[in-house]
Write a protein that binds this ligand. Structure first.
Ligand SMILES: *[C@@H]1O[C@H](CO)[C@@H](O)[C@H](O)[C@H]1NC(C)=O
Ligand SMILES: *[C@@H]1O[C@H](CO)[C@@H](O)[C@H](O)[C@H]1NC(C)=O
Length: 213
């Protein structure tokens, strides 16, 4: 019984540390209009990011959209703690109606996980992009238990360095989410040679909460 309480208390603390923003996820967020997925393909470097819990677990994050016979997949690779090259693969869920084209979801599938943790789906909405230089992507998770939410923003760049004009454009849509631009962190893409390569996919780091809580 005590153990059970401890486990509950521990997971409750984790939830508290992760979900820090009050209330539900922002409603009616303005996304990229007439989003064209075909022009979004290929490789994107994570130049900056915003994480509402202010945690940073890795460097050198690269996102790449790939087509396979079974669908379109997002490969997120990164270097954890300066040591491990790891990646996570998600299937991209494409909205069926055109007005919602930028409202993508990513679906992770973990074959060996317990049943309720096998499929994990998270929003992956494109706030803004000009396809050639920058893209701003957004996710949000709400916790009914604590009535708080978590936000993560990727400021992506086609080149390892994002120019100032593009950065300005990429961060513009953040004001509607009430995000202070000074809270955006620059990613270090200079020391990206890891000690170890792991060649099987691992858990995503940017969506850390596996189940709705
Ligand atoms: C995902 O991307 C990383 C880095 O480019 C690469 O090493 C890895 O093989 C890719 N995984 C798949 C399944 O394509
Ligand atoms: C980022 O990279 C540096 C140097 O490679 C490393 O020391 C540091 O631990 C890394 N930070 C994270 C959060 O992975």
């Amino acid at each position: 019984m005590l153990i059970k309480h401890l486990i509950f208390a521990a997971s409750f603390c984790v939830v508290h540390a992760y979900f820090t923003l009050p209330g539900k996820c922002p409603a009616d967020v303005q996304l990229q209009q007439e989003f064209r997925l075909a022009d979004f393909f290929g490789k994107w470097y994570q130049a900056y990011h915003y994480s509402s819990d202010e945690q940073q677990q890795n460097n050198c994050s690269v996102l790449e959209l790939q087509t396979k016979p079974s669908g379109i997949y997002l490969n997120q690779s990164r270097i954890d703690r300066g040591l491990f090259h790891r990646y996570s693969i998600a299937k991209l869920e494409i909205p069926s109606n055109l007005e919602d084209a930028a409202k993508l979801n990513v679906k992770f599938f973990f074959e060996n996980a317990p049943r309720r943790l096998r499929i994990r789906r998270y929003p992956f909405s494109v706030l803004a992009t000009n396809y050639q230089y920058y893209a701003t992507v957004y996710t949000c998770q709400y916790s009914p238990l604590t009535d708080k939410h978590f936000i993560y923003i990727w400021i992506l760049s086609r080149n390892p360095i994002l120019n100032d004009v593009s950065k300005e454009l990429a961060t513009k849509p953040l004001s509607q989410l009430g995000i202070d631009v000074t809270k955006i962190k620059k990613d270090d893409l200079t020391r990206c040679t890891p000690k170890y390569y792991e060649d099987s996919q691992t858990e995503p780091m940017t969506f850390r909460y596996p189940v709705p809580v």
